[in-house]
Design a protein around this ligand. Structure first.
Ligand code: IMP
Ligand code: MG
Length: 178
């Protein structure tokens, strides 16, 4: 796996430190009775697992799966829910946990949906953001790292379902995906 990586962007240690800081921010802003941590499968699981263990207050956890249709490494903007949550979020606050915000269409779709379902507040926590690629203008409340427009893998992020279990975040060698 490591041989397919061109460059390591963030090491395991750097990610660990940053996730602790994010958890502290979330705790400061959102500590309370009714927080639902909604993790977007599959990429969000590493951040989610590390984030909740650093929160220090009780939360409800659930998972959703979405397909945002891809051609190669680019999103087409079409979002479909593959696995939904059955948690009643009316009157509750939701923190969506994602691996990366790219075009923003996945999260824009989810924000709208959860508002319709009666959530009082929906915030977003993402490990990575690629601001240069944003198509839909959304407010991302907690961002681990802003990265340039490169295709990255590791710590939950995949290419063709591979590399999610790398403990660091790296740029994939372009010859792997051409
Ligand atoms: P968006 O809807 O365009 O913001 O796309 C978000 C989804 O695209 C993420 O949840 C990832 O699954 C995928 N994605 C975007 N950029 C990358 C990347 O650099 N590496 C791996 N997956 C990515
Ligand atoms: Mg993905």
């Amino acid at each position: 796996m490591d041989n397919d990586i061109e460059k390591i962007l963030y090491t395991e240690e750097e990610i660990k430190e940053r996730v602790k800081q994010l958890a502290a921010q979330v705790r400061r802003d959102m500590e309370g009775e009714d927080l639902i941590i909604l993790t977007v499968l599959k990429g969000g699981i590493m951040l989610s697992a590390d984030l909740v263990r650093n929160l220090g207050f009780p939360v409800t956890m659930d998972f959703i799966a979405v397909a945002s249709y891809y051609s190669g490494t680019k999103s087409t903007g079409n979002v479909q829910i593959k696995k939904d949550t059955d948690i009643n979020m009316a009157g509750k606050r939701v923190l969506i946990v994602e691996d990366i915000v790219d075009s923003g269409s996945t999260l824009a779709h989810l924000m709208k949906l959860f508002a319709l379902r009666g959530a009082t507040e929906v915030r977003i926590c993402t490990l990575l953001s690629k601001p240069a690629r944003r198509v839909v203008d959304i407010k991302v409340d907690y961002i681990g790292f802003e990265i340039p427009d490169e295709f990255v893998v590791g710590y939950g992020l995949d290419y063709n379902q591979k590399y999610r279990n790398l403990p660091y975040i790296g740029i994939l060698k372009p010859d792997i995906y051409v």
